[in-house]
Design a protein around this ligand. Structure first.
Ligand SMILES: [Zn+2]
Length: 66
């Protein structure tokens, strides 16, 4: 494990940035955690059973650091 603790921030994503019109938001300490939550949501609510590299890139681009 090599998580950079000094840059620990809460990351947020609005699904609306990836799937326009969706009100789902997720937050987490790491990109991985946020992507995990969005992936679970996408599978459940959007029928997306696989996060492709392209989709992952869009999710990463949509993650706002606050
Ligand atoms: Zn959604």
């Amino acid at each position: 494990m090599s998580a950079p603790e000094q840059t620990k921030r809460t990351l947020r994503i609005a699904c609306d940035d990836v799937v326009p019109g969706c009100g789902f938001t997720a937050s987490g300490d790491t990109e991985e955690e946020v992507i995990d939550k969005v992936a679970a949501h996408a599978a459940h609510d959007h029928g997306v059973c696989e996060i492709t590299p392209e989709l992952a890139a869009r999710i990463k681009a949509a993650i706002a650091r606050r």
